[in-house]
Design a protein around this ligand. Structure first.
Ligand SMILES: [Zn+2]
Length: 343
C-alpha cells in the first residue's frame, strides 16, 4: 500500500514538536537574521532512543525559543499545517499550550494560533484543522485554571477551531487529581477532553482516577495494562487510545516494537488511532507511522481502513465533517481495491 497516498487522520500532534527541519531553519533565520553560526538542530531531535521520558521534555525548549513571538508562531503553525497536508493528512487536531513570553501574552498566543488555523483553510483547502489548547501539568493548577477560563472565552469567537482541551506536560511530580475541578469546568462548557495517560510505569492509582474522571480520548495509555483493573476499565469504557509508536520507542517507554500496546488493543477490538505526537522531534511522519505499524503487526488493508474510520468517529469534528471524511476514506479504499484487482 502507498501510505503517502492514503488519506490520514492525525489526532495527537503537538505544534512545537511538529517542526520539520525546514520549518526550524526558517524560524531560526527569522529570529537571528544576522547570525551565521551553525544551527543546533540536533538539540531539537531525539537521535537515539532515550532512557527517561523526562529527557524528552527538554527537547521542546528549543522549539519554544523559536515560537516566542506572534509572527514566528504564526509562521510555525502555517508550516506545520502545510507539512501535514503534504503528507496527505486530511484531518488534523493540533495541540499546544498557550504561554506568555517576552513578546506576547497567553491570550495573544492562543489568538495567533486560532487565526492562523482559519487563514490556512484558504491556503490548504485539502486539510481540516482543529485545535485542542493544552493544559501543561508542570505549569501548576493556578495556571491551568486561568487557561481553561481563557479557552472557554475564546471558543465564543473560534467555535470552528477550538474543539477540546488536552492535558499534557511532564507527568512526573504533578498530580492529576488537582486538575479535576478545572477540567470539569471545561467539560461543563461543552469542551471535549483528551488526556495523556499512563505514560510512565507505576501510576496505577492515577490511571484509575483518570478513568473515573473520564475522557473522550486517551493519549498513549502505554502502561494501562500494568494492572488488570485499569486495563479492564479501559476496555469497558471503550476510550479511544491515541497510539504514537516512534514517540514511545524514542522516549524509551516502549522498548520492543513487537510489544507495543497497540497490538493488544487491536486484538481486543478496542478503538485506537495511529498518531505522530511530535513528528519533528521524533523524525517521522504519519505515513511512516502507518507503514511501521502495518508491517510490524501485519495489518491488512481492511484493518487500516478500520483504524482510519475509527479515528474519524472519535475525532472532535462535526457530524457533517465526519461524514465527508468517511466517504473520502471509503472511496480511497474502494478505488485501491479495484485498481489492485485489475493488475
Ligand atoms: Zn503527546
Amino acid at each position: 500500500m502507498d501510505f503517502r497516498r492514503l488519506p490520514k487522520i492525525e489526532l495527537h500532534a503537538h505544534l512545537n514538536g511538529s517542526l520539520s527541519n525546514a520549518n526550524i531553519l526558517e524560524l531560526y533565520f527569522l529570529k537571528y537574521p544576522k547570525k551565521d553560526e551553525e544551527i543546533n538542530a540536533k538539540a531539537y531531535k531525539v537521535e537515539k532512543n532515550l532512557k527517561k521520558l523526562t529527557e524528552c521534555f527538554i527537547k521542546f525548549k528549543y522549539a519554544h525559543e523559536l515560537t516566542d513571538c506572534p509572527e514566528r508562531l504564526a509562521r510555525a503553525t502555517e508550516n506545520v499545517i502545510r507539512d501535514f497536508s503534504a503528507d496527505n493528512v486530511v484531518y488534523l487536531e493540533l495541540r499546544t499550550t498557550p504561554r506568555a513570553t517576552e513578546y506576547m501574552t497567553k491570550e495573544i498566543y492562543l489568538k495567533t494560533v486560532c487565526e492562523t488555523i482559519r487563514k490556512c483553510r484558504e491556503i490548504f483547502p485539502e486539510i481540516i484543522v482543529k485545535l485542542l489548547p493544552s493544559i501543561d501539568r508542570s505549569y501548576g493548577v493556578k495556571n491551568a485554571s486561568e487557561t481553561i477560563d481563557m479557552i472557554i472565552e475564546f471558543r465564543e469567537n473560534f467555535p470552528d477551531v477550538i474543539v477540546g482541551v488536552d492535558v499534557s506536560g511532564n507527568p512526573i511530580g504533578t498530580e492529576f487529581r488537582k486538575f479535576r475541578d478545572c477540567l470539569q469546568k471545561a467539560r461543563n462548557a461543552g469542551l471535549k477532553i483528551a488526556v495523556h495517560c499512563a505514560e510512565t510505569k507505576g501510576t496505577v492509582d492515577e490511571n484509575m482516577e483518570m478513568l473515573d474522571f473520564g475522557m473522550e480520548r486517551m493519549g498513549h495509555g502505554t502502561f494501562m495494562n500494568e494492572s488488570p483493573e485499569t486495563w479492564n476499565k479501559l476496555l469497558e469504557k471503550k476510550i479511544f487510545v491515541e497510539c504514537c509508536i516512534s514517540s514511545n520507542l524514542k522516549c524509551g517507554t516502549v522498548v520492543d516494537i513487537d510489544q507495543h500496546h497497540i497490538k493488544k488493543l487491536l486484538d481486543a477490538d478496542h478503538p485506537v488511532g495511529i498518531c505522530t505526537d511530535d513528528f519533528g522531534v521524533f523524525d517521522t511522519n504519519l505515513s511512516r507511522e502507518f507503514e511501521i505499524c502495518s508491517k510490524t503487526f501485519n495489518l491488512s488493508s481492511t484493518d487500516i481502513e478500520s483504524i482510519i474510520l475509527t479515528s474519524i468517529e472519535h475525532s472532535f469534528a462535526t457530524d457533517s465533517e465526519k461524514s465527508t471524511l468517511k466517504t473520502l476514506v471509503s472511496d480511497f479504499f474502494t478505488e485501491t481495491e479495484q485498481a489492485e484487482n485489475f493488475t
